[in-house]
Design a protein around this ligand. Sequence first.
Ligand code: PMP
Length: 450
Amino acid sequence: MTAPLVDVDALVKSDQSRLIHPHLAGADTERIVMVEGSGCQLRDAHGREYLDATGGLMLGHVGHGRRELVDVAAGQMSKLEYFSSFHEFTNEPSIKLASRLIDIAPSPMERVYFTSGGAEAVDAALRMARLYHHRRGEPERTWVLARNFGYHGVTYGGGAATGMPMFHNGFGPMLPHVRHLTPPMPFHPELYGGEDPTEFCLRELRQTIEEIGADQIAVMIGEPILGAGGVVIPPHDYWPRVRELLAAHGILLILDEVITGLGRIGHWFAAEPMGITPDFIVTAKGLTSGYFPMGALLVAGHVADVVTRDEGFIGGYTYSGHATGCAVALENLDIIERENLLAAAVEIGDHLGDQLRRLEELPIVGQVRQIGLMIGIELAQDPATGEPLSAGWVAPLVRERHGIIIRNNPNTILLSPPLVLSRSEADQVAAAVTDVLTEYATTAKRRVSA
Ligand code: PMP
């Protein structure tokens, strides 16, 4: 281990007294001061090295320390760092990025609205959906259908659509006129009372539309694959059937591709392989691989025509269409294409997934779900019943013992490394997770039989 690069104790003390961290309980807990990264490798202020198997928060597609992105940002900043995109003002990188996104997006997408992140793009989609109906003479269409276990950010719009109680408790009241439905989670048959999960979900959706009234509902929002909810991949006919039902009732569909978009599952967007034709696609994360805080809302032509007419779409973010952010995003997409990272996500993802699926033999692993480089390992007290087992202990152990950073939701381990993960790095990740879970499973069994 090398000498600390900075006065780490002073930094940590200052952090502990000055910063509010998301999702951190207790003021005096450990801090890890990250100082540099390259590819999937990270180094903290003590000189300790880590393998980033989370891509920060499920992004970082092109990996850390990419000189090309630094150069593009510096070049753009030295010409024009930023100017407003409100009214008639615009800039070359944002125009080019919008065209590029439409080129790679599925066919109904025709226009782009830029934001500073995912939740802002979700909020913009909700506002556009309501405005669309309002301008077409149906102002009473205000309800939003969302899903339990869905995650759409923590603004009041996205937060209300998020279907996890921890994001609502103590923050209420939430945005009214939001109803959460059940998503299909085939590993949890207990949620569906013996019915097929897709049939249950479709019946629930039909009943909800009937109960609220189709003429009161603006839009439904969902992730093609639940991300923070545990990497839950729906049965193949779920989304096309949901889409068909919504369309029959004039209800719009927002597909939240903040995680799945721009390469993580081996496609530019999940909509295409999953056979979904939404009215909006929300993207962020992989758009800039984290080199700039940015999101983009892609809007289908028939919706864009309505929200841009009359006085246009009122409401923008200061950093919408940020020249430097858009230039960075363009180069980031070029890198993804140049280095075939869509194919890499599938190849390395399958390689890692093949090793991790063996963990299903352990008595504490319920199900391993993998698509591209999006992986969830759901723990269970008893895999036969799916009774949940907390996953909170796994990430700290894997980090301490193996220097690998992973995440978890309450009972699922989440892996989402940069798409530049090498085979040997994938092997390290698989070996580390296997080591920690196997030891726990063995000692737990010993505890039970003792
Ligand atoms: N939607 C999804 C599916 C997400 O995973 C996230 C972030 N994890 C968001 C929206 C919110 O994005 P942001 O944190 O950039 O606002």
